[in-house]
Design a protein around this ligand. Structure first.
Ligand code: SF4
Length: 240
């Protein structure tokens, strides 16, 4: 197939979701930042911030349907790149099609400026950005479920385990080309994403429940979704 045909085929499998519904609830933000008993002036400032954020917020996501091209020992070739991870390789053992994605709160929220010394307002803006990212992820999941009739799925994100380090973000971003131009997410040299409330990863069909947290021994983490399972970590070959 010529380069034009390949580019057209890739473009068909890539989709930008940029009209994601997002409704901010000022009372919920106030509750989340524990301001219910705060003075009227502070509450009014937060309400004003919420109103500005609601006006500009445009959470977004991009995804591409990718087919596994080759399975190696501890690596998989997919979307023209090689992901190196024993866990990912094992999880994709019986999988042929995966969904690679980047989701973000959107550059618009990132451009809102708050006084640098106002820690409270900066924290509120962070909470708002997290809500926008959550809306983007929810929308993406539902979109994939509806469009591809997906049953049970699981996911992995570069950087969540030592076995699949954050530097693998470069490969993931390479699948899409210019992610900054497509949905405004920039990858720094140290592989962090800007806006910071962005997530990249893959979703794959599975019969077995899986969460990276099961293989992560970190003791203190407010985002833990499953207990650490040392036996499972041994089965995946990432501990002895
Ligand atoms: S426990 Fe925390 S750091 Fe470890 S994989 Fe889960 S969310 Fe990430």
């Amino acid at each position: 197939m010529c380069w034009r045909g390949k580019a057209q085929k890739a473009a068909k499998r890539m989709q930008v979701l940029d009209t994601i519904p997002f409704n901010l609830d000022a009372a919920e933000v106030i509750r989340q930042v524990h301001l219910s008993a705060a003075g009227e002036e502070i509450v009014a400032q937060v309400r004003e911030l919420v109103a500005v954020a609601q006006e500009v917020a445009r959470p977004k996501a991009i995804y591409e349907v990718c087919y596994i091209e080759n399975k190696q020992d501890g690596a998989v070739d997919v979307g023209g790149v090689t992901f190196t991870s024993r866990v990912l390789r094992a999880n994709l053992d019986a999988v042929e099609r995966i969904f690679v994605y980047v989701a973000t709160c959107g550059v618009e929220l990132n451009q809102i400026s708050t006084p640098s010394d106002d820690i409270l307002l900066r924290y509120c803006l962070d909470v708002i950005k997290e809500q926008a990212l959550a809306a983007a992820l929810r929308h993406l999941r539902q979109h994939l479920k509806n469009k591809y009739a997906l049953g049970k799925t699981a996911g992995m994100n570069p950087g969540s385990l030592e076995d699949w380090p954050i530097t693998e973000q470069r490969n993931l971003f390479a699948i899409f080309g210019d992610v900054e131009q497509l949905i405004g997410v920039k990858l720094t040299e140290s592989c962090l994403m800007i806006p910071n409330k962005s997530v990249s990863g893959i979703t794959f069909p599975t019969e077995v429940s899986f969460a990276s947290c099961q293989l992560c021994p970190r003791e203190i983490c407010s985002n833990r979704s499953a207990p650490y399972d040392p036996e499972l970590a041994r089965e995946y070959g990432i501990t002895t």
